[in-house]
Design a protein around this ligand. Structure first.
Ligand code: ADP
Ligand code: ZN
Ligand code: MG
Length: 491
């Protein structure tokens, strides 16, 4: 298996990697891009087909308005310029899963161009260019198992044929597998926020082809690239790129040349294999699709679409840090999905102390969800419950430990926080300070040196005593009460 250690030793030395990505994102329309067949995933094979998506002679495509809207929305979120006029083109090739013998795509006049994504690397923010975003139709799927005769035959499922895709092509701006990984992570996050795709890699709603070359450091021209296809996780893409970088360097160092080709990643073996020599654009005989007029997205329509843009993750993180006085780390975790960010914000607004809500959501709520493999939507505790529980701790009515116990009961019973709180008879943490006073006296007696320092004017020693008492109470005590008791006892 390729290791990053070996790569990062070799590459920073003599060679530099150059990476560009092509990402296909399935758009969440209900019907296909040029016909009214359903796009539902998992239906019996070849049930969602019609003369148009089967490519029967004489059938005419009609463009799905929603697909255009979704693609334009994604393009805007990726900082692209949407062209008022774009052109569909036929990309001709033969493959069993492509009944028409051509794919309707866009070529020299794509829907959108000149975008970028910013990634966070150790050295700071880096901008990765997006060359273009265009609309195209998906092909069918070859099935190799799961039916009688599978050992001898390949079957074709054409349900996916004609499903709308946005293809997003990056500039060759990335210089390491880690940058590619970050780019994909950001891209997916942004597209998910727009809601135009579910970006589900297992179901093929997000697919990525990685282009990679290496060149001697300081050389201006790019080296010959290879393209790695069909890698089905971001982690594997990073591994495949690491593998390819080492392979390229090995070939070049051995005095040979890299062949421009398409390669496949084998996750079990941790290596890539040559699949076919790379087609050139002229092999596809691209020409304008005669059955579809130019696609017009005028200024007015663009403004309508732009109005639907949600607040995007980066901007949202910055606002949340300001508004709720939380850390960048908190903001990152809490904006992982738009749903989580929405939920957090509703609780943070309802509660007195938003930072406490941030801590509760991350440690107590998400921790318990994760331990039980539950999604946020399956949480027994609502955000109103989170806010109420945060306020109870805030006012000193319950302790942090009691909150944990109540949360455990919520998950056991599948009930919301306030319901369990009522059922348990609105438990309150003890206001009886006698036990605390005894603890404080013991700790004061055991630390005469610190007492002396405190009395000599080093008031910061108070924290030491509070900490010791908290520890002795195993975190059960209310810090505010401990503070009062210790202060009193120290005189
Ligand atoms: P092709 O014509 O082979 O499809 P393109 O120029 O359309 O190549 O680029 C396809 C993808 O490959 C883009 O993401 C681009 O950034 C990337 N790319 C182009 N040249 C190189 C290179 N020499 N090394 C790495 N990536 C490259
Ligand atoms: Zn159809
Ligand atoms: Mg190309």
């Amino acid at each position: 298996m390729a290791t990053s250690a070996a790569t990062s030793d070799a590459v920073p030395g003599k060679y530099e990697a150059v990476i560009g990505l092509e990402v296909h994102v399935q758009l969440l329309t209900e019907s296909k891009i040029f016909c009214s067949c359903s796009t539902r995933f998992g239906d019996p094979p070849n049930t969602n087909v019609c003369p148009v998506c089967l490519g029967l002679p004489g059938a005419l495509p009609v463009l799905n308005r929603k697909a255009v809207e979704f693609a334009a929305l994604a393009a805007m979120a990726l900082n692209c310029r949407v062209n008022e006029t774009s052109i569909f083109a036929r990309k001709n090739y033969f493959y069993p899963d492509l009944p028409k013998g051509y794919q309707i795509s866009q070529y020299d006049k794509p829907l959108a161009e000149h975008g970028f994504i910013e990634i966070d690397m150790a050295g700071g923010k880096k901008r990765i260019g997006i060359t273009r975003l265009h609309l195209e139709e998906d092909a069918g799927k070859s099935l190799h198992d799961g039916f009688p005769d599978a050992a001898a035959k390949t079957a074709i499922d054409l349900n996916r044929t004609g499903v709308p895709l946005a293809e997003i092509v990056s500039e060759p701006d990335m210089r390491s597998p880690e940058e590619a990984y970050q780019f994909l992570t950001r891209l997916k996050e942004i597209v998910l926020y727009t809601g135009v795709s579910d970006c589900n890699m297992e179901e093929g709603s997000l697919r990525c082809d990685a282009n990679i070359s290496v060149r001697p450091r300081g050389q201006k021209e790019f080296g010959t690239k290879t393209e790695v296809k069909n890698v089905n996780s971001f982690r594997f893409i990073r591994q495949a790129l690491e593998y390819e970088i080492e392979r390229h360097i090995g070939v070049i160092e051995g005095g040979a040349k890299i062949t421009q080709e398409t390669r496949l990643w084998n996750a079990n073996e941790g290596r890539t294999y040559s699949m076919r020599s790379k087609e050139q654009a002229h092999d596809y005989r691209y020409f304008p699709e005669p059955d579809l007029p130019p696609l017009m997205v005028d200024e007015k329509r663009q403004a309508e679409i732009r109005a639907q843009l949600p607040e995007l993750p980066e901007a949202r993180r910055e606002r949340m840090i300001r508004e709720y006085v939380i850390t960048a780390g908190d903001a990152h975790t809490l904006t992982a999905t738009r749903a989580l960010a929405d939920q957090f914000e509703s609780a943070a607004r309802a509660a007195k102390n938003s930072k406490r809500v941030a801590n509760l959501v991350q440690s107590e709520l998400m921790g318990r969800l994760k331990a039980r493999s539950l999604e946020l939507e399956q949480s027994p505790i609502s955000m109103a419950g989170v806010a109420a529980s945060a306020d109870l701790v805030e006012s000193g009515a319950i302790s942090g430990k009691m909150l944990k116990d109540l949360y455990d009961l919520c998950f056991e019973r599948g009930e919301d926080f306030l319901a369990v709180y009522e059922e348990e008879g609105r438990p309150e943490q003890s206001r009886d300070t006698s036990a605390l006073e005894k603890l404080a006296e013991e700790i004061i007696a055991a630390n005469p040196k610190q007492v002396e320092q405190y009395r000599a004017g080093k008031t910061t020693m108070l924290g030491f005593f509070v900490g010791q008492v908290m520890k002795a109470s195993k975190g059960q005590a209310n810090p505010q009460m401990v503070n009062e008791v210790v202060r009193k006892k120290l005189g």
